[in-house]
Ligand binder design. Structure first.
Ligand SMILES: [Zn+2]
Length: 339
């Protein structure tokens, strides 16, 4: 869909009276919002979102969400929990100061191997390779069409951006993304640095400890951002689910209670995975299934509403109020060049 059409659609959807009505109708259903990164250019917009949250909603922690779902302990009307997946450095640099300013608690689901500088997040490799390629067009093999390399134009930032999104979404259901990523980089004539460079780099352990001491809960998002539903070896699943918790607890010196399934959509996690998460001792697990929480919510398959520091404020208000079912969400946060 073209971006002008999208913008028109979003502003057509915005209606203050409808927003107020929907927000009131759903006032007893807590929401969990999903964020990923906070580029400097999006800080002001994010602050406007936080101002709205603070003024018209009641920000709560994931611990409070768990007591609502598990123990049926009531929460204030229009409760909302902020969650942030992955653990980029800009969460510390630009996101956390805004949250602090508005006294909004948040949960960061971190990927320990990323914080240990042992891996890139794979979609960032694709984004990096596309934005650093010297080529004006490239022959790439895209998942689902392995037998025939296709030629893609790389003449403009918009073309590179669209291709990064397309490839990332196509790859998101595979488990061997690193193999694809190496092939893309080679075909794009790009040498990937051994560890992520800004703005793709991770928060440090020291910064994570500082957040944990200042109102952030730190949860796990698996050890290596592996999509648990695509893993077959139970030992590998356990390493990703239990091992990540152990690593976080050892580095943060505090218990880790909350888990976030990577990708988190239908098919990205199985019943076995949910059982493993319970056995590992977590008290909740969030997904990217879209929705609000009610009496029937399951603590280990909590739905969320996809947000983003760059999300248009009117659109953000409508989503938060309950119009999320008419919008399309992807949890692959492909960065725009220059962020
Ligand atoms: Zn993630």
């Amino acid at each position: 869909m073209g971006s002008i059409f999208k913008r028109t659609l979003k502003s057509a959807i915005y209606n203050p009276a409808a927003e107020r009505l929907m927000s009131w109708m759903h006032r007893h259903k807590p929401r969990i919002l999903t964020y990923h990164s906070f580029p400097k250019t999006q800080v002001e917009n994010f602050a406007r979102q936080c101002e709205h949250l603070r003024r018209y909603y009641n920000p709560v922690s994931m611990d409070e969400v768990v007591t609502f779902v598990r123990d049926l302990k009531p929460l204030p009307p229009r409760s909302v929990a902020i969650t942030i997946d992955d653990g980029y450095r800009d969460v510390y640099e630009f996101g956390a100061p805004v949250l602090r300013r508005f006294h909004i608690p948040a949960t960061l689901y971190a990927v320990p191997a990323f914080l240990d500088r042992q891996c890139w997040l794979w979609w960032d490799c694709i984004s990096y390779a596309l934005f650093h390629s010297p080529l004006n067009q490239a022959q790439l093999i895209v998942p689902g069409n392995e037998l025939s390399p296709a030629t893609f134009a790389l003449g403009s930032v918009a073309q590179r951006q669209a291709l990064a999104t397309h490839i990332s979404i196509s790859l998101s259901r595979f488990d061997d993304q690193s193999r694809w990523v190496q092939d893309f980089a080679q075909r794009l004539q790009v040498n990937l640095p051994a560890t992520p460079v800004p703005p793709y780099d991770a928060i440090s352990w020291e910064q994570t400890r500082e957040l944990a001491a200042n109102g952030f809960a730190i949860g796990s998002h698996t050890m290596n951002h592996r999509v648990t539903g695509t893993l077959h070896d139970p030992d590998v699943k356990r390493f990703e689910i239990n091992g990540s918790r152990e690593r976080l607890e050892a580095m943060l010196h505090r218990p880790v209670h909350h888990f976030s399934f990577p990708n988190g959509g239908i098919g990205d996690f199985s019943h076995t995975d949910i059982e493993l998460v319970k056995q590992a001792g977590y008290s909740s697990a969030v997904t990217t299934l879209i929705g609000m929480l009610d009496d029937e919510a399951d603590c280990f398959q909590l739905p969320r509403i996809n947000a983003g520091a760059d999300m248009d404020l009117s659109f953000f208000k409508m989503r938060l109020a309950g119009l999320f079912q008419y919008t399309h969400a992807t949890n692959i946060p492909v960065r725009v060049s220059g962020d």
